[in-house]
Design a protein around this ligand. Sequence first.
Ligand SMILES: C[S@@+](CC[C@H](N)C(=O)[O-])C[C@H]1O[C@@H](n2cnc3c(N)ncnc32)[C@H](O)[C@@H]1O
Ligand SMILES: [Zn+2]
Length: 214
Amino acid sequence: MDTSDSATNKQWHYVAESELHGKGVFARCFIPKGTPIMEYEGKRISPQEADEQPSADPDNPYHTFFFSLSNGKIIDGAQQGNDARWINHSCEPNCEGHENDAGDRVFIVAKRDIEADEELLYDYALTIDEPLTEELKKNYACWCGAPNCRGTMLALDETPESNPSSSLASDMARLVRAQVQAEIERLQPYLRREIKREVRRNLRLQRQRRRSAR
Ligand SMILES: C[S@@+](CC[C@H](N)C(=O)[O-])C[C@H]1O[C@@H](n2cnc3c(N)ncnc32)[C@H](O)[C@@H]1O
Ligand SMILES: [Zn+2]
């Protein structure tokens, strides 16, 4: 892929109101599949700085301008960003993010031929360092309307159904929890007996001490 400045400098896009959400980015003309449309620019920040950053939209705490890099850094499009920050998400996108070989830059590339005035969309596949609950998925709800919309802008790759090793790990965790619970139940009568015995022994000792003190 040619991501030199001369290849990505051509204005393939324009920014306008989107029917999907707020502002969006649209094709200025026909864009052939494989075209590097623009770089996703912004300040490089650490995941910790990203966590501390207030939401870019005061009305929506889950609004995000972040793009995660495989080197662990995050591009914050809200700081020093370009038009790429206005690209909306779709579960069936016509664009995708390509990292350069160094893994420190991302280019938005046409995933298929794109007609003039089509909205440019890529799959955010957001990852959150928390267990994936239904509430979390709702917080990042997707309105893309694609037939295969997964209902959320979050990546669902780590679910047990799609990740056999994660499925095996959760099966094993369940097994260990069941074994620990069974062991607790098995030991309960013995522990109760031991606690009663200990209480009786302490009472006996107290009585003896009181008697010898008189
Ligand atoms: C990088 S901004 C994209 C520009 C956005 N339209 C705006 O005007 O700020 C990302 C935010 O846009 C919204 N968004 C983008 N795609 C969406 C989608 N398919 N469904 C729901 N909200 C979406 C979400 O609030 C998301 O956090
Ligand atoms: Zn969707």
